[in-house]
Design a protein around this ligand. Sequence first.
Ligand code: DGY
Length: 323
Amino acid sequence: MRPHIFVTKLIPDSGMTPLRAFGEVRIGREKGSISAEEMIAGAADCQGLLVTPGESITKGILDQLEHLTALSTFSVGFNHIDIAECTRRKIGVGNTPDVLTDATAELAMTLILAVARRVVEGDQMVRKQLWRGWEPMDFLGSPVTGKTLGIIGAGRIGMRTAQMACGFDMPIIYTSRHPKPDFERMCGAKRMALPELLQQSDFVSIHAPLTPETRHMIGRAQLAMMKPTAFLINTSRGPLVDEEALLEALKNNRIAGCGLDVYENEPRLTPGLAEMPNAVLLPHVGSATLKTRSKMAVMAAENLIAALSGVRPPHCVNPEVYS
Ligand code: DGY
C-alpha cells in the first residue's frame, strides 16, 4: 500500500515529484500559515509529514498523529520539532543542511553591508522622491572593510560568512563550544568567550542554533557590552535575541544598528522595531534562492522517502531511531 504523506505547504517540484511518485500526497496550503488543527486534520491518517520552520511539532500534535513514522522539515533548523518525543516514538526526522549554507551566508553579508551603508534608508528616500541631489554630508554610513566581524557559532553558515567577510579584509573572531583549527588557519579567526567577542566586534553575526540554552543569549547585558558603533546581525533564529532589549538598545543608540532576517515571534515584530531607521528587516529569506530551495526540496523528499521505507534518512537528526 502506498504511504499517505501530508505536506503542510507546497514546496518546489524537485521535491513534490518524487513524493508523488512514492505515495499519496496531500498538501495543506499553497501559501500561508497552517494551524495545528489543520495539520492534525490533514495528517491524521498519514505515515509521512513534511513541515516548514513556522510549524511546531509538539508532543500534543504527535499524540494526534498515531500513524506517523517519518517526519521531514524543509529547513536546516529543527527547533520547532520535539525531537526527543519523535525519537521515543521511533519517528525518523530529517532536515536540510549544507545546501543553504552559501545562500544564508550571502544574506548575512547582505545585512552587514545594507545596515552599515544605510541601503534601505537611501532606497526609501529615492523612491519617495525626497532625494534632492548629491550632498557631501548626507547618508554617511559606516565602513565595512577592515572592521572586525564577531561570529557567534562557528558552524557551517558562520564559517562561510566569515570566509566571505575575508574578502572585505575583516578580522574574524568567533565563539564556539570547540576550537576550529581549520577555520582559524583559513580565516585567521581567533576564538574567544562571548563577552570579549561582544566588546571587540564592529559587526556581531549570530549563527547559533536555538536551544533552551541559547534562547535570549543576546539580551540587555550582552547588548551593553557591544561598542556603540557596532551592528548586530541575526540570520539564525529570532529567539536568540531578546527583541525588547534590542529595540531599547536601538532607540538609545546603545548600538549603531541591526540587520535581522529572523524575529522572536515570527511573523510578528516587537512594536516599534519597524519604525527604527537603523534596523534593516528582512522576512526570513536566508535560504530563499530558487537553486537553494530546489535542493532543499530534493533533500526533504529524500529524507521522508527513506524514513517511510524504514531506512535512516540521508540527513537525519535523530539517528538513534535506526540503531
Ligand atoms: C532553515 O533552514 O532553518 C531556515 O531558517 C529556513 O530556510
